[in-house]
Design a protein around this ligand. Sequence first.
Ligand code: SAH
Ligand code: SF4
Length: 363
Amino acid sequence: MAHALRNFYDLTRSDLLALAVRWGFSPVHAARLWSYVYPGGLENWSEMTELPARFRMKAEGELHFGRLPVATGRQSTDGFTHKYLLSLADDRRIETVLMRYTGRVTACISSQAGCAMGCVFCATGQMGFVRHLTPGEIVAQAIHVDTILRTRDGAGALARPTGRSPHDRHERLRNIVLMGMGEPLHNYDSVMTAVDILCDPAGLALGGRKITLSTVGVVPGIVRLADEARTVNLAVSLHGATQEERAALVPVAKKWPLDDLMDACRYYIRKRERRIFYEWTLIEGKNDSEENARAVGRLLQGQFAQVNLIPLNPTAGFSGVPAGRETARRFQQVLAEHGLPSTVRQRRGIDIAAGCGQLATAR
Ligand code: SAH
Ligand code: SF4
């Protein structure tokens, strides 16, 4: 009986080397295979001509490349954002977004199908939890975007936003945000294995500083991240500066209260000597007043932190309205008075529901 093939994209380089040894081969061949696939982008065994035939046959009989086929792809009218609905092997679907602004390309990738955290204004939260993604399913999203970048001058490939020159043919993916569907620290092990694969210096070699992970505030996950030696950037979704206000928008605040969250964040900053990016979705009349801004200022004062303000994006299950530009500017001013740098996230891809918190699929 045929046995199940393992997904190559689930393996770290050391996993692959160990497998080769277990099969009775030199790890040197495994290292060669790794570099065909990652920097090389090859998935066709017959093109891996430098692998000894016996090793290649064995690997071909044991491994497969778990690409995620595109169910649909959409492009925003300004051409800066592309959203892909990707199919998993069990026919579940996830969304991956390619964003092209502030002079660089960023992939926004998912860590789960759906999400169990139930934030009221988030389309993924509104759909509920479907399942965790495997490391390979997380890595495959990055490979998908990287492949599009490398091959986009081919037939039907990515249209370039107006005004860009066509000289950058061999663009590669350099920035990843784990801000798609799901809560990454609720799927800690798979996410970190994927991060290790993406950062491997003999592979895609993404710098850890080019990967940003956003959490709703899973306290044990933040502590663990602080204790482990990865350089990923950490973003923490705040949205409310008191326990009560936060819990009204982010139900899991009841499980991990604001005080505990702040303790974990201060521990992370101290231990890793890295700043935290706090996210604040600005909802008109709910959390966008000067008093709200002062409360954020008091809460975060003295922390090595930056606040990213995100004007609310529309979702079917939440009737709130985004705060206006002037309100956002005033909010920023108050934060600055407390010594807190801040940015307002550009709204992109709203017309194709590819903005923050708009990713959802039919279960
Ligand atoms: N689960 C993670 C990462 C995904 S969401 C987290 O919650 O942090 C990325 C950011 O978008 C989070 O800060 C989230 O709170 C925010 N967000 C969710 N829904 C949104 C919406 N409708 N409009 C604007 N931001 C939203
Ligand atoms: Fe999940 Fe993040 Fe959406 Fe909250 S905002 S429901 S944690 S994906």
